[in-house]
Design a protein around this ligand. Structure first.
Ligand code: MG
Length: 240
């Protein structure tokens, strides 16, 4: 169940409209609107299929791992389950890296509970939907649009922006800091933002102190900074 405070966003959208301001809601994609666990698990299974004949123990371990066991690093997940061959884990890391950031693997992602309905509700009420993601141009744009559409998120209907990182190499948090300028260029009113990375959520809180900033309690990068106590925490988008 999502936080009851998610409902506060709707009157905030109405209030901005009544002031003749464009309400803007910013949504991160990975681990915010979408769970990346199925993508990680699919890559892990592909690796296991290719390597199980040489490492039968790998298949035994992988058999026990499910979606709920997928964390930030798939090789760490495997290690946690008792697989410790360093050479194989290092190869898995490379194997994962070559696949995770590609269009075709995005098809595995599933929406976080209630996400599509919630984004629709914001859009229908009059908000501009600003999808802001560290996925990069030059490998993830087509898969991203496809997965937004196939999972029922508003997209081809106006008032929807999709902003991807201009290059794979660019740092994610630098990209999002710079994207704030683009968000401001609409001269609207940011009413809410959604993120799974506490550092990014804190940055949005500093940039738009009057908005509601929501931290998805899914997974985040290791050694992430502490999320501000002013952030609203939620596990999903299901309205209570
Ligand atoms: Mg994310």
């Amino acid at each position: 169940m999502g936080s009851p405070r998610l409902r506060e966003i709707f009157p905030r959208i109405d209030a901005a409209l009544s002031r003749n301001r464009l309400p803007i809601v910013v949504f991160d994609l990975d681990s915010t609107l979408f769970s990346t666990a199925p993508r990680n698990l699919a890559i892990l299974r592909e690796f296991v299929d290719e390597n199980a004949s040489m490492h039968p123990h790998l298949a035994d371990v992988a058999e026990r791992i499910g979606l709920d066991d997928m964390g930030w690093n798939v090789h760490e997940d495997l290690r946690r389950f008792g697989f410790s061959e360093a050479e194989v884990l290092a190869r898995l890391k490379g194997f994962w890296f070559e696949r995770f950031f590609r269009d075709e693997y995005l098809a595995h992602d599933t929406p976080v509970l209630g996400a599509a309905a919630f984004v629709h509700a914001c859009h229908a009420r009059g908000a501009l939907i600003y999808y802001l993601t560290g996925r990069h141009v030059g490998g993830m744009e087509i898969g991203t649009v496809r997965s937004l559409r196939e999972n029922g998120f508003p997209f081809w209907r106006g008032r929807c922006v999709l902003h991807l990182k201009p290059s794979f190499e660019m740092n994610d948090s630098t990209f999002k800091q710079e994207a704030v300028l683009d968000v401001r260029s609409y001269q609207g009113e940011v009413v809410a933002s959604f993120e799974n990375e506490p550092g990014n959520a804190n940055m949005f809180l500093r940039a738009f102190p009057d908005a509601l900033h929501v931290l998805l309690e899914t997974i985040h990068s290791p050694n992430a900074e502490e999320g501000s106590s002013a952030l609203v925490r939620t596990a999903d988008f299901v309205l209570p």
